[in-house]
Ligand binder design. Structure first.
Ligand SMILES: Nc1ncnc2c1ncn2[C@@H]1O[C@H](COP(=O)(O)OP(=O)(O)OP(=O)(O)O)[C@@H](O)[C@H]1O
Ligand SMILES: [Mg+2]
Length: 539
């Protein structure tokens, strides 16, 4: 399917290739820039180009590939660093230098690399289309290899095989390979979706205790400039009790991503002791990379995440930040001259986000295993205004809302999660889990902790009017308890040994503070002076 370029408008190009389908991949110009069909009219199609369109001219050739933008799936994705089009950035740098040049591409999986293959079938056996014929081992993961055609196998290998070599050949001489593709905009299939029942432990006390997340659940972290979104997402990527983490740097600073990569190479996973990078896949589309590929990056990432979910893994997808993705969507929509919705965002912003969130969940996979995909997105509303469209669209569909507060960040209270405005819909279910598995006091202490924080908030308003001296001793004790909760429990410095707290440690810490509060409650009434009751341990 060949044609010519007949129009160019920023990142969108019009071509006259016949018989294109929506979302087909297209290669443009002499440099064969990559794009995707986003609108079809009679005799022409609009293509969203994922690379810099500078230098592209009218009349240059264009070619439709006849299939949509797809992610390559197979062993070797873990510890990989890809861009939004799944180009392997480390191998690209080795081959073409540190900058991604237009039209340059390498296969996402290193086809030269060998992996251990264990056959499940013998030569001479017949297999159905889609049937598993063997597995590749990648670390602790078993990648099933499914037959792409029905028929009798004439040969099947065993042991180390390079990805470029077939693992089996059938009687019709069809070669079967150990890697596959999946269109990134199409959710991968599963047997059924189940309700999330197990917490996603983040190691952050304020989250695990007050606003718990669930494996297979969704959460957003909205917050203004410098409120700690990136640091919190990175902390969750490091400490979450999860099998695979897919981290998307979406339009944020490249240097932060580089620092993270460096750090992850050295650190160990606190749950297994293995290298953190061995369970991590990075998708980088930072602010210095072409904007249109950013729109695709979250779909590439979620497809990789679903692929590991289908192996029965618990997978976590983190993206920083979804606002930059929404801005990319707005830019493309405006180049296509679509009718703008609120604040210039396309009218389908909310439905696109909802569809994306719906790819999270606990599922029974096609092979009958249980896997989960959790999604956590940071949101950077301009000026910290949470009423703007991207935040509102996320808010409607996410299961937990962890609001990062500018005032708390200014006071250097980190993670700056506002405890009176955040919420988690997984609260009751996860509370029941922790009560059973971690501490019988979990829910009682949580209720007490919330009460203290709420009462302290009201009292602080009163204190602002009458002054602290005008308050009763019992009220001052509540304020003191709330301050201890804030300083000793909710604050967690990411750069200290306290960066990660197990549920047991979380239960123990809050238990101490609640214990102290219960013990001192009756003391003012018994005539004990406040100064002797409040002797705060040094932090
Ligand atoms: N948990 C934490 N522990 C210690 N310091 C923190 C923590 N979280 C944030 N900070 C401090 O706040 C600064 C800003 O954090 P971060 O870069 O994560 O904010 P951000 O919300 O991502 O900002 P931006 O809107 O610019 O992307 C960090 O450089 C660090 O000094
Ligand atoms: Mg940031």
């Amino acid at each position: 399917m060949k044609g010519r370029i007949i129009g160019i408008s920023g990142p969108t190009v019009t071509v006259d290739i016949p018989d294109l389908k929506l979302y087909d991949r297209v290669l443009l110009g002499g440099e064969r820039l990559q794009g995707e069909v986003v609108r079809l009219d009679t005799g022409r199609a609009m293509v969203q180009v994922y690379e810099d369109t500078r230098g592209l001219a009218l009349g240059e050739p264009a070619e439709g590939l006849g299939f949509p933008l797809s992610a390559k799936l197979g062993p070797g994705l873990l510890s990989g660093i890809f861009d939004g089009l799944q180009r392997p950035l480390d191998r690209m740098a080795a081959a073409h230098g540190p900058f991604i040049l237009p039209g340059k591409h390498l296969p996402p999986l290193n086809l030269d690399e060998g992996w251990d293959f264990t056959p499940l079938k013998k030569s001479g056996e017949s297999v159905a289309e889609g049937e598993a014929i063997g597995t590749f081992r990648e670390g602790s993961h078993e990648h099933p290899v499914h037959s792409s055609a029905a028929g009798e196998l004439t040969t099947i290998v065993s042991g180390k095989v390079k990805l470029e070599e077939p693992v089996a050949v059938n009687a019709e001489n069809i070669k079967l390979y150990g890697h596959g593709e999946w269109p990134i905009r199409l959710p991968r299939p599963y047997r059924k979706k189940l309700a999330p029942t197990v917490p996603l432990i983040t190691g952050q006390r304020v989250i695990d205790f007050l606003f718990p997340l669930a494996k297979g659940g969704t959460a957003i972290l909205p917050g203004g400039f410098g409120t700690g979104k990136t640091i919190l997402e990175q902390a969750i990527a490091k400490y979450a009790d999860i099998d695979v983490v897919v981290y998307v740097g979406c339009g944020e600073r490249g240097n932060e991503m580089a620092e993270m990569l460096e750090e992850f190479g050295e650190l160990a996973d606190p749950w297994t002791g293995r290298r953190l990078m061995d369970r991590t896949v990075m998708v980088a589309n930072t602010s210095n990379m072409p904007v249109a590929a950013r729109e695709a990056s979250i779909y590439t990432a979620v497809t990789i995440a679903e692929y590991y979910r289908d192996m029965g893994c618990h997978v976590l997808l983190l993206a920083d930040s979804i606002s930059r993705w929404a801005e990319a969507l707005r830019e493309i929509s405006s180049a296509m001259e679509e009718m703008p919705g609120e604040e210039g965002y396309p009218t389908y912003l909310a439905s696109r986000l909802a569809t994306f969130f719906s790819r999270a969940g606990v599922v029974e996979t096609m092979s009958g295993e249980i896997g989960s995909l959790s999604i956590i997105l940071s949101v950077s509303p301009p000026g910290g205004d949470l009423t703007e469209p991207a935040t509102q669209a996320c808010l409607r569909t996410s299961g937990a809302f962890l609001m990062l507060d500018t005032d708390l960040a200014h006071r250097r209270h980190f993670p700056a999660i506002n405890w009176s405005q955040s919420f988690s819909l997984y609260d009751a279910d996860m509370g029941a889990y922790f009560e059973k598995e971690t501490s019988p006091n979990w829910n009682r202490h949580r209720q007490r902790c919330r009460n203290i924080l709420q009462r302290a908030e009201k009292l602080r308003e009163v204190a602002a009017i009458v002054g602290a001296e005008g308050m009763q001793d019992s009220d001052q004790l509540i304020l003191e308890a709330a301050e201890r909760i804030r300083l000793e429990f909710l604050c967690q410095n990411s750069y200290s040994d306290d960066a990660f707290s197990t549920p047991e440690l979380t239960a123990e810490k809050i238990g101490e503070i609640i214990g102290w509060t219960d013990e001192t409650e009756s003391k003012p009434a018994a005539g004990e002076p406040l100064e002797s009751i409040i002797r705060r341990p040094k932090t």
